[in-house]
Design a protein around this ligand. Sequence first.
Ligand code: ASP
Length: 328
Amino acid sequence: MKRICLIATGGTIVSKDGGNGLEPELTPQELLSYVPELKEIAEIFVRELYRLDSTNIHPQHWLSMAECIREEYENFDGFVVIHGTDTMAYTAAALSYLVQNSRKPIILTGSQKSVYNRDTDARRNLIDAFCYAADMRSHGVYIVFDGTAILGTHARKTRTHSYNAFSSINCPEAAIVQEGRIIRYFEPECDGEVKFYQRMNPHILSVRPYPGISSEILVRTIDCYDGLVIECFGTSGIPAYGGFDEAIRLWVTAGKAIVATTQVPHEGSDMSVYRVGKDLMELGLLEAFDMTPEAVLAKLMWVLGNAANRVELEQMFAGRVWMDTFRG
Ligand code: ASP
């Protein structure tokens, strides 16, 4: 039987309402007691790292999750990370950069309803996640939720209430899981040894332009950040009024890493199409292409935390990690 390490971080799945709204309270052992069938799927060991609503999970937590996986890597055949759904896609992206080439599966799951609710999705999600983690052909980072497996770099929470909370963006779902059976559509390759990273630089500003945006946010904050993500309109639109484009030039001159992505949910950016945005790209902006905003944020933090110089930074950002981009 496969040995799987359950890493507990909190979320609705372990939450109770003590009168002030839902908050994580159940221990991992209490959680497991609601799903006794898991014992037939794998031998389960528990590491409880936190009991947090995932709203309060930040890059330092990602680093300690990766560190926990590093410490336990040789002891287990795979990992299931229990996590709140709200920021699960960010954590899945971050772990995809912090733990690369893992031949052992690292599966994130959680639920929209707490495990003790009569109509909870927690039991199904846990069973599916453990089946996926215990399967010989699984490797790398995925979210397994509502019967689908989504690459850790392509997941996005797209529904606040429904059980099918996650979508796979700009990439097909990797597999479906039905009553213990896994039907795989594609399987990315691992090339080389597993590699753990221990640094991230969280000093990034993300700006989503809207009609009428002022340049002030960029001008006033330039000294506070090392990186900037601009969620352009459409394929590539960055406003050229009110000094917004000039403010971006200031960031470029100051040597900041700037990534252009799109605020459109599907199909990614293409900065080569329109005059707007194109001139700025020529200054050396990085392009996200079909990466999700979550993956862009996590990748830029990973790159800024680990690149030794500008050339390395550009190479690392452009390099494909865990199929985070199909174009680029
Ligand atoms: N607020 C919760 C969290 O992200 C939502 C959930 O788990 O579904 O921790």
